[in-house]
Every structure is written in structure tokens, then in C-alpha cells.
Design a protein around this ligand. Structure first.
Ligand SMILES: [Zn+2]
Ligand SMILES: [Zn+2]
Length: 403
């Protein structure tokens, strides 16, 4: 049996009640491994990385690690010179987790290696170079106002933290409960997840990679080798395709209106709309949930943190596909059925280059004349090339046939 089959044997863990299956067209889907009642929580998952929306960073209203709402009186702040991103935390636990997973490497002058390993001693010049690189990157991130660059930077740092933690015997594990990064039994690593996930083909802003490289190499010379042009673009595309929007209680109304062209506005998977979220989060298992306008399940953040609870929308039988709504699929009062269908499908095309093939989309198109049908399809394609999102499998490098 090849490595790929072993991967999908071990992942997702049995405790999640989910298995990943391959459809005839090669696409992966998630199915439930037992009967589930409507309203039941199927699994709980913590993110690999999460980033607050740029207008909320630095306000101190939400924990930069778990997004929990916090009061000033109990918030934990870092010294200003080791916190250019102005992160605030709800608890010591979140502070420590965030520091060890990515903050220390990206935004402080502390060693990114576990305390047990002696790195090269810092000089005044190396500290200065690190600070300068970090400030430049943070200025860029603020100017861009997008989650992508920070998600990618934190993801790379997280991977470094997971790997370096293993260099120390009995070292503190860099995994968190239910984030399914590295398996307890050694069957998969974070890298195995990421190489299998679908991504959007994106053209990164050319300013971005040199800034990221500078942060990495000033923190630990050699780290910059992890991010080539191609890998950077792929990672950004993976975050863009798979990240979820986190919102509490239906979402917020005070997010500033995006200034980018509507085709270029960053989108996350959320049935409430990206405009109502407080931040973006990337999960391993939940990345496998496909979109449907009639979803069998929904993501819920009912604990008031980034912990995603997947809840069944209806009674599900063992083997049923798990789908969620990546966009707002509710019928709005001010639109007809056809207009609602059009709104959803344009959003899916823009955000994921996806032409939805769900039964609701089919059913609702019955009243369209052939001419209207053509016009709508053309409109969906406008500004986005539908079906150009891909996975490694389709890109030609099947990771499962490497052996
Ligand atoms: Zn927290
Ligand atoms: Zn649909």
C-alpha cells in the first residue's frame, strides 16, 4: 500500500467521526463514519493558524490567538518592542501558545529555537536587522489589510516550531488539542496535510516574498530556503482556498467596507459572509468540507473562540457527504430565487473559481430560458476563471505516488 493510502487511513483521526473519500473525478470529500442526528456536533477542531481582521488587530478587543472577546482589565500585553503586530491575549495559555507557535519567530528578537538548543548568540547588529525586517513586514501587512500574508507567515513559523520541538527529547509539544497538525503516532505531519489540499492559482504581490524572506533569515539563517517563489504562491493560494471566516453570534456589522475591486476582495468560507467575520482561520480537517447551497452541516463558533464545531443540519446516515456553505446561501427578502442563485454563484466563482453543481442550483435554474442560462454562466465566469483551483493531484505531482 502506498503512502497516500496510509495518510488517509490515519487522517482524519477516528475520534472525529469523519473519513476522507475520493470521488470518481479524483476530488476528495469528507463523509460521516456513523449516523448523526440533526443538530449533533460531529467534531470539534482548533485552527493551525488564525489571524484577526486587520481593523481589529491592535484594538485589544479580541485575543490574537483564540479570538475570545476580552476586557482591557484582564488582557495580557507584550512589551512594545517585541510586539510590532500589537497582539493582546485573553490568557497566559494563549500568550504562551502564540509565542511558541509563531510570535517569537516572527515578531520578537528571542531565539526561535527551543530553550534547550543553543543558537548563534545575538549581536547588536543581528538584533537590529531582525527588528527592521519585522517592522517592514508589519507595515506591509497593515497597508495590504489582507489576512493572507499573515496566515502564510504564521503557518511557516508554526511548521518550524513543530519541527524544532522534535529536536529536543521530551521537549514541549507544539501541537494543540484537536488541531490535527502532527499525528501522535507519527503517521502524518503538517506538511502532509498542506501538500494535499486544493489551492487557488494566485499572483502574489511581488513586494511580499522579499519581506517574508528577510524576517525568516534574520531570525534563523537558512530558514529562507523554505520559501521559494513557487512555494510562497502555493501557500497563499492554499490559505485563500481553505480558510474559514470566524464570527460569533451571526457576525458583526462594523467591518470597514473593502476598498479593493470586488473580484479582488479576500473571501473566506463562511455562511454569514466575510464582511461579518472578525478573523480568518485555517484548519486541516475542515478544509475537506466541500461547498453546497443546501449544506448537510454548518460550522459553529459557539464557544466564542476559533474552535470550530461542525454541526449536522439534518439527520445524516453513515457515509453521507459533509458539505457546508462557503457563502451566504440564505434567501434574502429583497431578491427573487433566481437573483439569490446568481448572487451565490458569482461569489463562489470570484472566491474559489467554483461553478456550483449542487441540486439546489440545478433545481432553481429550471425556470431560466436557455438564453438566460447562457448569460448567467458568462457572468459567473466574468473576472474569474472558473475551475482553475487545483490540488497537487491535478497539478501533476501526485504525492501519493512518490514511492
Ligand atoms: Zn485567547
Ligand atoms: Zn449550489
Amino acid at each position: 500500500m502506498d503512502a497516500g493510502h496510509r495518510y488517509y487511513d490515519a487522517f482524519p483521526p477516528k475520534s472525529t467521526n469523519v473519513a476522507v473519500e475520493t470521488r470518481e473525478n479524483g476530488r476528495k470529500i469528507a463523509v460521516v463514519t456513523k449516523d448523526v442526528a440533526a443538530g449533533e456536533v460531529i467534531y470539534k477542531e482548533n485552527p493551525v493558524v488564525a489571524v484577526l481582521d486587520s481593523d481589529l488587530q491592535g484594538l485589544g478587543k479580541h485575543c490574537a490567538h483564540c479570538f475570545r472577546s476580552i476586557q482591557e482589565s484582564i488582557s495580557i500585553q507584550l512589551p512594545e518592542n517585541s510586539n510590532p503586530v500589537q497582539s493582546t491575549f485573553c490568557s497566559k495559555a494563549c500568550l504562551v501558545a502564540n509565542q511558541s507557535q509563531s510570535h517569537n519567530l516572527l515578531f520578537t528578537t528571542e531565539s526561535p529555537l527551543p530553550a534547550e538548543i543553543q543558537g548563534t548568540p545575538n549581536t547588536e547588529a543581528s538584533i537590529e536587522a531582525r527588528r527592521t525586517a519585522q517592522e517592514k513586514f508589519v507595515t506591509y501587512v497593515k497597508k495590504e489589510g489582507r489576512a493572507g500574508p499573515l496566515l502564510v507567515a504564521r503557518f511557516i513559523a508554526r511548521q518550524v516550531a513543530l519541527e524544532t520541538a522534535k529536536m529536543v527529547e521530551g521537549g514541549k509539544k507544539a501541537t494543540e488539542k484537536n488541531d490535527f497538525t502532527d499525528s501522535e503516532t507519527g503517521d502524518y505531519l503538517l506538511a502532509d496535510h498542506i501538500e494535499r489540499l486544493r489551492y487557488l492559482e494566485l499572483k502574489p504581490n511581488p513586494e511580499e516574498l522579499p519581506l517574508l524572506v528577510d524576517i525568516l533569515q534574520t531570525a534563523l539563517p537558512g530558514l529562507e530556503q523554505f520559501v521559494t517563489d513557487e512555494r510562497h504562491a502555493t501557500l497563499l493560494g492554499k490559505m485563500a482556498y481553505n480558510a474559514y471566516g470566524v464570527s460569533f453570534g451571526g457576525g458583526r456589522d462594523d467591518k470597514p467596507e473593502p476598498t479593493a475591486r470586488s473580484e479582488d476582495v479576500e473571501k473566506t468560507r463562511t455562511p454569514y459572509g466575510t464582511q461579518r467575520q472578525i478573523g480568518s482561520a485555517f484548519y486541516t480537517l475542515s478544509s475537506y468540507l466541500t461547498h453546497s447551497c443546501e449544506p448537510s452541516a454548518r460550522p459553529s463558533f459557539s464557544t466564542g473562540t476559533t474552535e470550530l464545531h461542525l454541526i449536522a443540519n439534518r439527520e445524516l446516515k453513515k457515509g453521507d457527504e459533509l458539505t457546508v456553505a462557503w457563502v451566504d446561501v440564505s434567501k434574502h427578502d429583497d431578491e427573487s430565487v433566481i437573483e439569490g442563485r446568481r448572487r451565490r454563484r458569482i461569489e463562489l466563482a470570484r472566491g474559489w473559481r467554483l461553478a456550483c453543481g449542487c441540486s439546489r442550483c440545478d433545481e432553481e435554474s429550471k425556470d431560466l430560458t436557455p438564453k438566460e442560462h447562457k448569460e448567467q454562466a458568462a457572468e459567473e465566469k466574468d473576472g474569474s476563471k472558473v475551475e482553475e483551483s487545483m490540488s497537487r493531484f491535478e497539478a501533476g505531482g501526485d504525492p501519493d505516488n512518490v514511492e
